[in-house]
Design a protein around this ligand. Structure first.
Ligand SMILES: Cc1ncc(COP(=O)(O)O)c(C=O)c1O
Length: 400
């Protein structure tokens, strides 16, 4: 009998983290690498938010807080849900953890028994299937094609539901595609879910505030409030307020679930940093201008990357409606030859080639459960984006 659990052997280290590490090590060796693999805004946390953290330290807010966060932060979250999503939650329906990641993990750990199924639409955020496996669940991948704008086809969803289905994960705007569901599309998904009352919905709204062309964000609960007794709405401060390192995520959901998640957390991390909690109050209360400004910046970058890559006929590109990623179909480049005569067989080989030949780090689609694609993050400066896209195209043109 080995020392390590069967559970740990089932999961993989994060592909995105390993690509960033490779890019960093090449940079250290003196190679000029443009990094398009980052999953975080390149902006600094705004000063008003930083100052709230600093003030919290000065005021001695450096002790344990309640497991479900300070009352003041819960108030700010309740206010946010009401103001931005028109959703009503009370204090015992709110949980706060070390990032949206921990909140999602807690939800799965609190509800999944061996063999329970979690429906994960693909392309998906890299962590969902691994989290499902850690808690001994079965990730059921529901393929969403480029032809359907990477969205769930409700009939396919219905076919995927079994009596072991515990959760459907919805992530809109999505990492990695930037696709975003309309009200009508959410309504059609809700219609299926209403027929299957044992299926819970995890709405991952982390990219709520990064949406383009004045599109209005809505989650499924805003569309069909009768799902409230089985929906967990997850959000966090990482993406909206450039606070990835502060590690704070939160969720609103049914009090029975929230209470189990809090019990679990009380025996693991207890709570996220008291300083991050103080800063998050400021972020939630006073960031309208920051969000408005960033939307514009991200939209301009999206347009530049899209128009550059779209000019190259080796790629097929989906125009994202939100988040800060572009998911590029590179099917046309498969089986092409590199200068040394070897073939590009798949997206992993193509992204390795782009790193070595073009000096650009991107993430292969395989990591998101959808091969023959790669993901570009446009959370970097316009000069970097222009140079990186040109280099990608030049390198791809060399493939014969
Ligand atoms: C879709 C999605 N959900 C959740 C998270 C978790 O974010 P955090 O733990 O920083 O709140 C991420 C981070 O990349 C993400 O892309």
């Amino acid at each position: 009998m080995g020392f390590f659990s069967k559970r740990i052997s089932k999961i993989q280290p994060s592909v995105t983290i390993s690509i960033s590490a490779k890019a960093k090590s090449l940079k250290e060796k003196g190679k000029n690498i443009i990094n398009f693999s980052a999953g975080e805004p390149d902006f600094d946390t705004p000063d008003n938010i930083k100052n709230s953290g600093i003030q919290a330290i000065k005021d001695g807010k450096t002790k344990y807080t309640p497991v479900n966060g300070t009352e003041e932060l819960r108030n700010a979250i309740i206010k946010k849900f009401k103001k931005e999503n028109n959703l009503d939650f009370s204090h015992n329906e709110i949980t706060i953890g070390c990032g949206g990641k921990q909140v999602i993990y807690n939800a799965l750990l609190a509800t999944i028994d061996k063999g329970d199924e979690i429906i994960i639409p693909s392309p998906y955020w890299v962590s969902y299937p691994d989290m499902a496996l850690i808690v001994e669940g079965e990730p059921k991948v529901l393929e969403c094609s480029l032809e359907n704008n990477f969205k769930i086809n409700p009939q396919d969803l219905e076919k995927c539901i079994t009596n072991r289905t515990k959760w459907l994960i919805l992530n809109s705007p999505s990492n990695p595609t930037g696709t975003m569901y309309s009200e009508l599309e959410l309504m059609n998904i809700a219609k299926i879910l209403l027929k299957h009352p044992h299926v819970w919905i995890l709405s991952d709204d982390l990219y709520e505030h990064i949406v383009f062309n004045n599109l209005e964000f809505k989650n499924i609960l805003q569309i069909e409030n009768s799902l409230k007794s089985r929906t967990l709405v997850v959000n966090g401060v990482s993406k909206a307020y450039a606070m990835t390192g502060w590690r704070l995520g939160y969720a609103g959901g049914p009090k029975e679930l929230i209470s189990q998640m809090n019990i679990l957390q009380s025996q693991s991390t207890t709570h996220t940093s008291s300083i991050s909690q103080a800063a998050a109050i400021e972020a939630l209360n006073n960031s309208d201008e920051f969000i408005k400004k960033n939307k514009k910046i991200f939209q301009e970058r999206r347009n530049i990357v899209f128009s550059k890559l779209n000019n190259f006929d080796g790629f097929n590109i989906f125009l994202p409606q939100g988040a800060f990623y572009i998911y590029v179909c590179c099917n046309n480049l498969m089986n092409k030859k590199k200068n040394d005569g070897t073939l590009i067989n798949n997206d992993v080989e193509l992204t390795n080639y782009l790193m070595d030949e073009a000096g650009v780090a991107v993430v292969p689609g395989e990591a998101f459960g959808c091969s023959n694609y790669f993901r570009i993050s446009f959370a970097t400066s316009i000069p970097n984006l222009e140079e990186g896209c040109d280099k990608i195209i030049d390198a791809c043109k060399k493939l014969k």
